[in-house]
Write a protein that binds this ligand. Structure first.
Ligand SMILES: C[S@@+](CC[C@H](N)C(=O)[O-])C[C@H]1O[C@@H](n2cnc3c(N)ncnc32)[C@H](O)[C@@H]1O
Length: 231
């Protein structure tokens, strides 16, 4: 008899219906140029950009507008945006093409799998996670992308001194992030709590949505400790 398969716990739900013809055309035409295919093994991300530069991983960029703004404003960095949402990816691909953002590449993939299997230790200058799905019901908390083992992987993939910037408009998720990061010895919090401002993060679509509902905005800025600080 075959063994029951355990379905992995995902931080997203694929709600997306069919793409419009235009969205599909953008993906067909532009993904081969600005997208990165990932087939499961470790990848040489520096080679994907054609130049060495500090690499920042953006997880769940949504419509991609904030990420495109950051890539344009900080051209000395390479940015890799990872999403599962195809119409947002199509929209971002069009922006990369029209604005010729040579330091921004996208990947359609589950970012948790990519982080676990595709990215080498100490290879990232930064990781950003802006307004992740909050999974507000207690029974869904296990679907939150921020978990102790996820943070341990982030800490491992970051270079010493690299940053993890997270933001949320859900106070309960913000406290969850704070307590889990406090428990990860390789991440230090120079602010001791929430960051005083959003740093170089532009306002995002989901942030605007939260603000319209009267939510607060919480930024957390962590640093990967230098190895010498680890005992
Ligand atoms: C609430 S939206 C926020 C989008 C954007 N960062 C913003 O602030 O407007 C969360 C996004 O994360 C994406 N997402 C969730 N889990 C993911 C995963 N494991 N890998 C890639 N993308 C993921 C979802 O598809 C969704 O677009």
């Amino acid at each position: 008899m075959s063994q029951p398969q355990h379905r992995p716990i995902r931080s997203f739900v694929r709600r997306e219906g069919r793409l419009t013809a235009g969205q599909q055309r953008a993906l067909d035409r532009l993904y081969p140029r600005y997208g990165i295919d990932w087939s499961g093994g470790q990848i040489d991300l520096a080679a994907c950009f054609g130049r060495p530069a500090p690499l920042v991983l953006d997880i769940g960029f949504g419509d991609g507008d904030a990420l495109a703004e950051m890539a344009a404003a900080l051209p000395h960095r390479n940015y890799l945006g990872v999403e599962v949402y195809r119409s947002g990816t199509g929209r971002l691909l069009r922006r990369i093409d029209s604005e010729q953002l040579s330091n921004l590449r996208v990947m359609l993939a589950d970012a948790s799998e990519l982080l676990r299997d595709g990215i080498a230790s100490a290879s990232l200058a930064g990781v950003q996670l802006f307004f992740p799905d909050p999974w507000t019901k207690k029974r869904h908390h296990k679907r939150r992308i921020v978990q102790a083992d996820w943070l341990a992987q982030v800490a491992d993939r970051l270079q010493p001194g690299g940053f993890l910037h997270m933001a949320t408009d859900w106070s309960d998720y913000a406290e969850w992030m704070l307590s889990l990061t406090d428990a990860e010895p390789r991440l230090e919090n120079p602010h001791g709590g929430y960051a005083p401002d959003a740093g170089d993060r532009p306002e995002t679509r989901f942030e605007r949505r939260g603000l319209r509902k009267g939510h607060g905005v919480y930024d957390l800025m962590l640093r990967r400790v230098q190895s010498a600080a680890l005992r």
